[in-house]
Ligand binder design. Structure first.
Ligand code: FAD
Length: 359
């Protein structure tokens, strides 16, 4: 689903008034993010939402399957769980409000099943009986530990001859045919091709290659409960509260919310703590002892579509960032598409919606 949907302009002010609500703007950052917000609002027009959802669906198609060969190679096939996930609604009005979103999902071929309270109880007995409606999405998969996932993939990469350098890329040595080297805090790294994939920090590097995408960040928070006492069988999501409880091999992860505040403002941990309050109501007996908290920077484009693109200026420069809320899920598929672009193969997907110069 695109993040900007019709009506967001009218819903957002109410949400913004609540500092612990699902969406917050740091007022001091408002002037800087205003151009991004205008584009975000423009992307919420009904016709654009339709187009964006088509481009998102094309990208998500086969995104779970794209992980399989990687996980197999890394000997970590057990990390992927295909349990589906369930979206719960705390009120009938909340569910009715989601009707246009469900219709859009139906048009895009997303499979789902609307559940009555008793069906939800059978699917997920750990949940309190407080949800008049729920929607089950059988096609969704999750990983049991996203940090371990990255570690095993990095290890497999190195075992096959890849090299990981922990250095900060600061710029490029540009020749007539494009970047010849990456300039890092450790020196000059000669290169044949460059892929800028620095998440929310990709903007200055892109600018040095002549591209200025309207990238910003949607900051998000998580609270990790190592011994929750009660663990749902599958991820449980609330679109009303914009967060998800995911059972991991290391405990229960409560993650979500959106804060527009840029890359430099300190975290507002109230936003993480409030997740425990909601989760306690959902999951009776939940223990939050030993909880750890985290804030991350979603790299977000105003139209909810990532940049997966060749450089319009340099034949050997490429971009892969801006995946917003879906960068983990789309990681493997994006890797494949970028590999095609770098190798000069035509991807089996119309790449126009993800071009860096689409704005
Ligand atoms: C609370 C929260 C929950 C989320 N939940 C989900 C989820 O359930 N599913 C999902 O799919 N996505 C989820 N996301 C989104 C997901 O985390 C992002 O979309 C994803 O991490 C983006 O991947 P990336 O590799 O583009 O950027 P990042 O993961 O941010 O990685 C970019 C990397 O580039 C490095 N870097 C930056 N600048 C430089 C430089 N100059 N030189 C060298 N290295 C540099 C950074 O250190 C970083 O390691 C969530 C995000 C948050 C905050």
């Amino acid at each position: 689903m695109p993040v900007a949907t019709p009506g967001i302009l009218w819903k957002a002010p109410g949400m913004l008034l609540d500092p612990s609500g699902p969406l917050r703007v740091r007022w001091g950052y408002l002037p800087r993010i205003a151009p991004w917000l205008l584009r975000f609002i423009s992307a919420s027009r009904a016709r654009r939402v339709e187009e964006i959802s088509i481009a998102l669906a094309a990208l998500h198609d086969g995104s779970v399957e794209a992980f399989e060969p990687l996980l197999e190679m890394a000997g970590a096939g057990d990390m992927l769980r295909r349990t589906g996930w369930v979206c719960v609604y705390e009120s009938e009005a909340g569910f009715q409000g989601a009707a246009p979103m469900l219709e859009l999902q139906r048009r895009r071929g997303v499979r789902f099943e609307v559940l009555a309270p008793e069906e939800l109880r059978q699917l997920e007995p750990a949940l309190a009986p407080i949800f008049p409606r729920a929607v089950f999405y059988p096609q969704v998969a999750h990983v049991v530990d996203n940090f371990r996932l990255i570690q095993v993939l990095a290890e497999a990469f190195q075992q096959r001859g890849g090299r990981l350098l922990r250095e900060e890329a600061r710029g490029f040595d540009l020749g007539a045919a494009g970047p010849r080297a990456v300039l890092t805090d450790h020196g000059r790294r000669p290169c044949e091709s460059v892929v800028v994939a620095a998440g929310a920090w990709s903007k200055p590097l892109s600018a040095q290659l002549g591209s200025r995408p309207p990238l910003d960040t949607e900051r998000g928070y998580h609270l990790h409960l190592p011994a929750p006492g009660v663990l749902p069988r599958l991820p449980v999501y609330s679109s009303e509260r914009a967060f998800v409880c995911t059972p991991l091999e290391t405990g229960l992860r409560l993650a979500g919310t959106v804060e527009l505040g840029g890359l430099n403002a300190p975290p507002d941990w109230r936003r993480a703590e409030v997740l425990a309050r909601h989760a306690r109501r959902w999951l009776p007996g939940l223990e939050a002892g030993g909880a750890t908290r985290w804030m991350g920077f979603r790299p977000s484009m105003p139209d909810s579509l990532p940049v997966i693109s060749a450089s319009p200026r340099h034949a050997n420069a490429f971009f892969a960032f801006g995946h917003g809320h879906c960068g983990l899920g789309l990681g493997a598929k994006t890797g494949r598409l970028v590999a095609d672009l770098v190798a000069g193969r035509a991807p089996r997907l119309d790449m126009a919606p993800y071009r860096i110069d689409r704005f």
